[in-house]
Design a protein around this ligand. Sequence first.
Ligand code: DHB
Ligand code: FE
Length: 280
Amino acid sequence: MAQIVGCVNTSHVPSIGKALAHGLQQDPYWQPFFKGFHPIHTWLDEVKPDVAVVFYNDHGLNFFLDKMPTFAIGAGKEYVNGDEGWGTPNTPPFTGEEELSWKLVNHLVDHDFDMTICQDMMVDHAFALPLKLLFPGGERCPLTVVPISLNTVLYPFPSARRCAALGKNVGDAIRAWDSDKRVLIVGTGGLSHQLEGERAGHLNPDFDKQFMDSLVRDDPNWVTQFSSEDIIEQVGTAGLELIMWVAARNTLAGPVREVSRNYHIPISNTAAATQAFAPR
Ligand code: DHB
Ligand code: FE
């Protein structure tokens, strides 16, 4: 059966793409963020994943206000990187893991998750940049992928509780996949940030820390006591992206080990955080 090797959650600020393109990893502004990936690279070399299942939020590239699925899943042969926030990047598409996509679609719909099934789907910076951060070097991502997009753009938003349940079901479906593939889970977004309006620049390191601490625990769902509105009050409108972390962490069944954690304020107007977990 397929095995989940672990889970990495990270922020996905668009300007990371520009920093990567210009080789600014050691720049004093960027180094405190990029250093968070060093222990993760070492760990990934050990656990050798073949497939990445990525929970991210589309920012208006593939889904816009006219049609906004609460939960969407890719079931395509490939996914074109349509935007990193700095113009259309000239990078090769990501290769889809179609067999797992359809396994997930069937399991999730069977378990009452009304997924929007996307055989054609462009991905944005929230999907592409974390994979570039995790697997730097080559042009093409060395893993096959399954993108899962959660709405954080248009009210109403899925609750953290619902995202936890989605993550659990995704984990169950992967573990039931008759394959020898090794699967890495990625959750992207957050942590606290608000980019627009009166509270632009709002950050909440205390809440972010409580949240990251909670994800290490055997019951990682401290945050599911809060409504989406409560979470936005705490961490800003875009900080709601932490629901991707909740879904990703809940794919892991049983206790976890924190492989690494990094937290740095600010990158852009964002609390930039990276945290990785392995099954214990
Ligand atoms: C920015 C955009 C994002 O999508 C995000 O999650 C954080 C920051 C930005 O434009 O700075
Ligand atoms: Fe974002």
